[in-house]
Write a protein that binds this ligand. Sequence first.
Ligand code: C2E
Ligand code: CA
Ligand code: CA
Length: 683
Amino acid sequence: MNLDKELKIYMQTIRFLDDSTDDYFYLYDMANDRLYFTEKICEKYPITLEKEGIPFSEWMKIVYAKDRNRLQQEIQSVANGNRETHYMEYRLIDKGGNRVWVYCRGTVLRESNEDSGFLIGSVSEVIMRRVVDSLTGLWNGEKFKEDMDRYLKEDKGYLMILGVDNFKNINVKNGRDFGNNLLKMVSMILEEQTDSYTRLYRMDGDCFAVNFPHKTRKNVEDFYNSVKKELENYCTASAGAVAYADGEDTGFLYQYAENALDRAKREGKNMLVFFSSEDYQKSLDWIELQDELKESVRNHFEGFSLRYQPQIEGKNFQIYGAEALLRYQSPTKGLISPMKFIPILEQNGLICEVGNWVLKTAVEQCVKWRKVLKDFHINVNISYVQLCQSNITEKVLDILKEAGIPGDALTLEVTESMELQDYTYFNKIFYEWKRHGIRIAIDDFGTGYSSLGYLKSIDVDETKIDRCFVSRIYCNNYNYRLLSNIIKLAHSAQIQVCCEGVETEEELIALQKLNPDLLQGFLFAKPYTKEEFEKVYIYKECAEYQARVEREKNFHQMKAIENPYFTDENEKDEIVNIVECMDEVIYVSDIDTYELYYMNPAGRKLTGVYNYKECKCYEVLHGKNKPCEYCNNGKLKSEKIHTWELDNLFLKRHFVIRDKLIPWHGKMARLEIAMDISSTKGI
Ligand code: C2E
Ligand code: CA
Ligand code: CA
C-alpha cells in the first residue's frame, strides 16, 4: 500500500470514530511531520486544519504553555522509536481561553516501510472529566489519590494542603458566586506559581492540594510565600505540608498535612506549618479526650464535678459567695484541667449541655448553702458558645426558676473575647437576665481582646481582674497605677471589682488601698470540693471552720499596715536621707545587666568610686571583669532576704550581706546591704 492510500484508509476510520464518540481522533505522520484531525476539533479549539495536514508545531500552539515541554519530550521519544505507545495528560487552551485537561493516547503503526510511521490515537476530554474539578479545572480528589499512590512509591518530595482562611464567612457574607470566583482566582494564582512538575488539585470546599515530587522543603516554602504575596489583595490562605517520607500511605500523608494545616489555622492563619509527629500525637490525645468527654456527657455527666472557690468581701473579709469551677476526671488520663477540656467542649458544642449541667448543679448547691449563709452568691462561668444558642436567655431563667432561687444570687461570668464583639446581640441577652436580677461579670479582665472601652460597651455589673495584674502588684508600680485607675473607673460606673488570684499577704496589703469589692485567690482558699467547702465555711463546729476564722483575724490586722512599698514623695526623701547616713554599704544593681543604679556614701567611700553610674557591681565591688562566680542574682526571690558572708579580697573586708529583690523604676533590681564585720574577724 502506498502512503496516500494508507492515509486515506486511516482518515476514513478516524472520521467514522469521530462521529460516534466525543473524543477527537488524530493521525500523525511522524516522518513528514503532518498531523491530521477532522473538522470537529475546530469547533472548540482555535486551530485551523489543512487538507495536507498541519505541522506538530501548530498543535503545540493550543497546548498550555507549561505542558509543552513535557509533550515535546514525549513525542520526540515516540518519533525516535524509543516507544511504541503514547499516553499523556496535558492541557489545551480552548477558544474561550479556558484550560481543558485532555487525555491523549496513541499507538505507532509501521506498515509499509521502517522509515514511515503513523501515530494514531485520540484526544479525550471525557475521560478527564472524571478526574477534573468542574469549577477550577484543576485535578480533583480522585486524581489526587491515583497520583499520590504512584508518587509515594517512586519519589521523594512534599505534599501541601492549602485552605482559604475564613472561607465559610466569606461565602456567607458575599454569597456563593463570590466564593466560587474567589476559588477560581486562587486556583489561577496557584497555577501561575507552579512549574510543569508541581501538580495541583482541588479537594473539598476551599482546600487545594499541591504535590511537589522531587522538591525540597525550601521549594515548598518559596512556593507558599509567592502564593501568599499574590493573594494579598484578595484573601489569605493557610497551608500545611508534609514530606512523602513521613507518611506510610496516601491516607496518612493527607491526614498529616491536614493536621499541619489545622495548626496553621489555629495559630493565627495566613501561614505555612510543616507536619510534626509530636503535634500529631497531641491532636490524637485531643481526639481521644474528646471521645471520652462525649461518652461522659452521654452517661449523665459522669466524671464531671464542680469545685467552689470562695469570694471574699474586700472591706471586711466576710464570705460573699463562691465561683463554681468545672473539673473532669478522665477514665484514662486522670484529672484534667478545664483549660484543656473547655476548648474541646467549646469546639464541638458540648459546652452547651455541660454548661447547663454546671449551672443547674451550682444553683442547686447555692440553694442549700443559702439556708445557712443567707445571702450566699454563686458565680458560674458561661462560654460565648453557650451565649450563641438562640434559647439561652430562657434556659438560664428556667434553671433559676426550677431551683427556686432569686436572680440576684447568681453572677454569670463571661470572658472578654473577640467573639463577644457583637455588643447589641449580647446586651439584649444580658438586659433580659438583669431584669431578673442576675448579675453579669466580665472575666479575666485585661488579658484578652479589649480593655477599658469594653466596660462602656457591655452592660456589666462586675469585672474580674485577672491574676496577671494582681501578681506581685506590690513591686510593679506600673500595674499598681493601672489597677488603681481601672478600679476607680469601674467604681465611677457602678461596676464592682473582684481581684482574682490573690496569693500572698504582700499582694493583699498592696490591694487594700485600692478598695476592690471582692477578693479571690489561694491566699483565702483554693477551689474546694463541696464537702471541703462545707467544712471550712458552712459548719461552725468543724475544726477547719475555726482554723479559717483564726486565719482571717490576721487579714484584719494586715489591713491596718500601710503599704510599705508605695510611699509619698516626702517620705521618699526621708528614706533616702537615712540610707545616705548609714555605715553599711548599700547599693542597688540590675539583676540582668549588673549595672549599678545606686550606691550610698559608705559604699562610694570604701570603693573609691564616686561616679558609679554605668559601672557594673562586679567591677566596683569585686574588681572583676565578669560576674562573680558566687553571684546569687539567679536565686533571689522577692519575698526572701538572702543572708550570707563574704571575705571580699578586693576590698579587703569581711561582710555579712543581705540581698533582696526590690522594684526599681518598673523593673526588679537587687538591693544589697553589706555590714563590715572585719574588726570582729581581726582584719
Ligand atoms: P477562671 O474563670 O479565670 O477561673 C479562675 C482560675 O484561677 C481557676 O482555675 C482557679 O483555680 C484559678 N485560681 C484561683 N485562685 C488562684 C490563685 O490564687 N493563683 C492561681 N495561680 N490560680 C488561681 P481553673 O479552675 O483551672 O479554671 C480555669 C479556667 O477554666 C477558668 O478560669 C474558666 O475560664 C474555665 N472554666 C472553669 N470552669 C468552667 C465552667 O464551668 N464553664 C466554663 N465555660 N469555663 C470554665
Ligand atoms: Ca471565672
Ligand atoms: Ca478569671
